[in-house]
Ligand binder design. Structure first.
Ligand SMILES: *Cc1c(COP(=O)(O)O)cnc(C)c1O
Length: 224
């Protein structure tokens, strides 16, 4: 229990704002203890985001099955085997190699893994992800037809870390536009509906550009 953060109140406030807009809240609980996840769970929150495999697996163990866990961090290839089968969605698929590994492991386990393709649009060089052009080429070449046990559910991304609102809006627009272009290239794609973008500092701008999921950490759980 954290003294200065009212997690329950924060969850309720977010649902009050997002539910009427049909935007889903991913509560980013990374680096916070299970007790804080429990507070959010008791307030009705069910979708949680984690960015480290071992931390996620510990929390999965500790909570009921009706929690939906999203992996949102950079996934190292040597952790794929541990993660697949223990998570509802991997939002942060940032390379073709990683996507193919997830697919192989899912097939091996006899399951289908839901994933989002992470786009790199921010100006920071350190962020992971496909460039928009790379992703459009992937669909133009219809490489997704090789996937046996992965469902591509949409795109995920982050805006530049800046106070420049126009830049942030342009980044979010580029993410949403890339998803739209993918559907133009491959209109036969099914359920490629999710646009996961927006964090504590910029989620309202993301929603304006069409986010279906926002990933909020600090605003709910406090600083990490
Ligand atoms: C940590 C993280 C978030 C949450 O960021 P806040 O600013 O704490 O809301 C969202 N998305 C990703 C990918 C993250 O790593």
């Amino acid at each position: 229990m954290s003294a200065n953060v009212d997690i329950k109140q924060n969850i309720l406030r977010y649902h009050h704002e997002l539910d009427p807009l049909n935007v889903n809240l991913v509560a980013v609980s990374k680096f916070h203890p299970a007790g804080m996840v429990a507070e959010a769970y008791e307030a009705g929150q069910r979708i949680f985001g984690e960015s480290r495999v071992d931390e996620l697996l510990e929390k999965v163990e500790a909570f009921p099955d009706d929690i939906v866990w999203h992996f949102i961090g950079h996934l190292q290839t040597n952790k794929v085997r541990k993660l697949v089968g223990n998570v509802s969605m991997i939002e942060s698929v940032d390379s073709e190699r990683l996507l193919n590994l997830i697919d192989e492991e899912s097939a091996r386990k006899g399951i289908v893994t839901d994933v989002l393709l992470q786009l790199h649009v921010a100006q920071e060089e350190t962020k992971f992800g496909f460039s928009p052009d790379e992703l459009l080429d992937y669909f133009r070449d219809r490489k997704f037809e090789n996937l046996k046990a992965t469902h591509l559910c949409g795109v995920m991304g982050m805006a530049s870390n800046t106070d420049d609102v126009a830049r942030i809006e342009a980044d979010f627009k580029l993410i949403a536009d890339t998803r739209r272009k993918i559907l133009e290239i491959t209109p036969d794609l099914r359920r490629f509906d999710i646009i996961s973008m927006g964090m504590s500092g910029d989620y309202q701008l993301a929603i304006k550009q069409g986010a279906t999921h926002v990933r909020i950490g600090t605003d709910i759980f406090g600083t990490r």
